[in-house]
Design a protein around this ligand. Structure first.
Ligand SMILES: [Mg+2]
Length: 423
């Protein structure tokens, strides 16, 4: 068993946290709340806990690092520059490459982040190997093809490639309409499924062409008299309705795009759009994936003690808090009913895990802020609007954070305090 060091007392810096008040959404703590020093073990054992850190609104705002994140990593890293506990970065972003995100984080945090510590919203698509050999239409932006290859898909068609093959499909923008009528083509292999990786640039084009593929059973050049149902398999990632960048108000996320697609599909066909897989926070699949990476990280470091507790730090009550609490609920059900029965519901059947709990820690440096327009703070006596996805039921209890702190540095201090570690 590795001994990491000796500590006799916690840092003198005061605690600035408190448990969330009952009900949604609670309040940011404000400065000045303190608790006494924790009981710190004199010999540091290998960690039995790990962190799931959200990125936007927790570590960075746009391209700027949040100063508390740099402080947090000073605590998380030992004198040799290695992490003292397993950490994964779980973001709902998807229009980027894993290694690109790792490089960006390394530069901002002053700590070497490995690509396999980064979980993008679509990372769990690696688990859907039954579709990896199929011809899939992919929607999103950025390095789409490279991303789908990295996930294991071998035969993808982008929305742009589909538009080039069938120019008469994209008719909203007058400037992009074909000037002449192209010859119909029959040499375009049928599409067998749809991947929605992240928000595309031209929503009208993607919405139209995805609908065309679903309504024509993958042959948008021909069309069908009756739309097939169930439609082709759709895998989607990132259901965040809103996200926070540099602007003072939240921005549209991929969840808003999915909402448009679901609404159009229902209006046109009378049926619900169905997802074969819906991933990214708050999906349990994403937390199972994160849990597995944390376990692997601990194994690589030679930490023999199993990881029993996860702490998920985020700024979005609907994705970060709801997701962590949903996963915690799932862990309790697994303990009670066994993983086998739950696996039948489409969740990833993984090997038995040692994880006992997943706590949600909400920070006030991003989407969640009682004073931010468009945030989830309701007016007095009003029900807060439900920003979650259609397939996730509204449950105020699941949006109640285990803890609310000002920033990620306080989150790390809080966890170290609870675990009896010096910070
Ligand atoms: Mg965030």
């Amino acid at each position: 068993m590795a001994v990491l060091g000796f500590f006799s007392a916690v840092r003198a810096a005061p605690w600035l946290w408190r448990r969330a008040a009952a009900g949604l959404p609670g309040h940011c703590p404000g400065k000045g709340y303190t608790v006494g020093p924790a009981q710190v073990r004199t010999v540091q054992s290998p960690p039995t806990f790990g962190f799931l850190l959200d990125i936007d609104g927790v570590l960075v705002r746009g391209h700027r690092v949040i100063p508390a994140a740099v402080e947090a990593f000073r605590r998380l890293v030992n004198a040799q520059g290695q992490l003292r506990v397993p950490v994964v970065f779980v973001t709902n972003a998807g229009n980027i490459l894993q290694r690109g995100k790792a490089q960006e984080l390394s530069a901002l945090l002053g700590f070497k982040v490995e690509p396999d510590q980064v979980i993008l919203s679509h990372s769990p698509m690696k688990l859907f190997s039954q579709y990896h050999g199929k011809r899939m239409l992919v929607s999103g932006q950025g390095p789409l093809v490279e991303n789908t290859r990295a996930l294991g898909f071998e035969n993808v068609v982008t929305v742009d490639e589909l538009r080039m093959a069938f120019p008469v499909l994209d008719m909203v923008d007058l400037q992009r309409r074909p000037k002449t009528t192209p010859l119909p083509r029959s040499d375009f292999p049928a599409i067998e499924g749809v991947l929605l990786l992240g928000e595309p640039v031209r929503w009208e084009t993607s919405l139209q062409l995805i609908m065309d593929v679903l309504l024509s059973n993958g042959n948008p050049g021909t069309g069908l008299a009756t739309a097939p149902y169930p439609h082709l398999p759709v895998l989607a990632s990132n259901m965040d309705l809103l996200w926070m960048a540099e602007a003072r108000m939240p921005r549209f996320g991929h969840g808003t795009f999915l909402l448009c697609l679901e609404t159009i599909y229902r209006k046109v066909t009378g049926n619900e759009l169905r997802y074969e897989g819906l991933m990214g926070k708050p999906s349990i699949l994403t937390y199972q994936y994160a849990e597995d990476l944390i376990r692997q990280q601990a194994e690589r470091r030679g930490w023999a003690a199993p990881i029993q507790k996860l702490y998920a730090v985020g700024d979005n009550p609907m994705s970060d808090v709801y997701g962590a609490n949903l996963f915690h609920q799932y862990l309790q059900m697994v303990k009670h009913d066994g993983a086998e029965e739950l696996g039948a519901d489409g969740l990833w059947k993984q090997r038995p895990s040692a994880t006992q709990s997943c706590s949600s820690i909400l920070v006030c440096t991003g989407v969640y802020s009682p004073k931010t327009p468009g945030s989830t703070e309701p007016a007095q006596g009003e029900e807060p609007p439900f920003h979650g996805h259609r397939d996730f039921s509204f449950s105020p209890k699941l949006m109640e954070a285990s803890h609310i702190v000002n920033d990620v540095d306080e989150a790390v201090q809080l966890v170290f305090h609870k675990e009896g570690w010096a910070s």
